[in-house]
Design a protein around this ligand. Structure first.
Ligand SMILES: C[S@@+](CC[C@H](N)C(=O)[O-])C[C@H]1O[C@@H](n2cnc3c(N)ncnc32)[C@H](O)[C@@H]1O
Length: 226
């Protein structure tokens, strides 16, 4: 099964979901972009947004690193179309690639890769190979900024995250039935990653200086160097 078959994203639905059900979504994009800028070896660094979705991260990256050479890939053509329109409207120049990482030449060509809210859609047995493939595209000393939905072994922690996320979605106009349907769908499509699993997978793929950057409820962000 390809990445696009596995995660068929509708850009209009996604915009509403990301801003309405992910507390701190805008802050997350800003933190990821700031981390990318801090890691960039020069103002014209080459940056890849892997799984760019509708392009919120690209606009944040361009704000933090206005002269960066931005590349973005996503297997969903409709998500790329929305990201392209968003970037054009914001005056952000980006080279777009429709496809997953296999559509991006396997050369060490990027200084920074960002991968935001994508990894939990990748089945656990494919995570290690994907992280290794990211590393193959990083220049020596290059950095990965990765954010993914986490899970806790502690039921009270998990329950607190779920309660807050539901409260946030309801306050943004989502109907209770809609939330139940969304949670049901996520149970099949999403593979949340425990923080120690993610750091072990990063280490296994050859990354070093693996640093937790921030946690927004269940979403954990990490910085790792090649
Ligand atoms: C939840 S969205 C996140 C989009 C964006 N990064 C953001 O922060 O809003 C997940 C995106 O990952 C893409 N995706 C799913 N599997 C992927 C894969 N294996 N490689 C790259 N992108 C993938 C989907 O098409 C979707 O656009």
């Amino acid at each position: 099964m390809t990445a696009s078959e596995r995660a068929p994203f509708d850009p209009h639905h996604y915009e509403r979901l990301s801003t309405g059900t992910v507390p701190g979504y805008a802050a997350l994009q800003e933190i990821v972009a700031l981390a990318a800028a801090a890691e960039a070896p020069s103002s014209s660094a080459a940056v890849l947004d892997l799984g760019c979705g509708t392009g919120a991260g690209l606009v944040a990256l361009a704000r933090a690193l206005p002269d960066a050479q931005l590349t973005a890939c996503d297997p969903a053509p409709s998500m790329i179309a929305t990201a392209r329109a968003r970037c054009e409207a914001a005056g952000v120049t980006t080279h777009f690639i429709v496809g997953d990482l296999s559509a991006v030449a396997a050369d060490p060509q990027f200084d920074v890769v960002v991968c935001t809210l994508v990894l939990h859609f990748v089945p656990p047995d494919e995570r290690g190979p994907l992280l290794a493939a990211i590393r193959a595209r990083l220049r020596p000393g290059g950095s990965l900024v990765v954010s993914a939905l986490g899970r806790s072994a502690e039921p009270t922690v998990q329950a607190a995250w779920t309660k807050l996320r539901r409260h946030y979605a309801l306050s943004n106009g989502f109907a209770p039935a809609e939330l139940v349907a969304r949670e049901e769908q996520m149970r099949g499509d999403v593979f949340p990653i425990a923080p120690d699993e993610l750091s072990a997978a990063l280490r296994g793929a050859g990354f070093t200086s693996i640093t937790p950057l921030c946690q927004l409820l269940a979403v954990h962000s990490w910085l790792a160097r090649s």
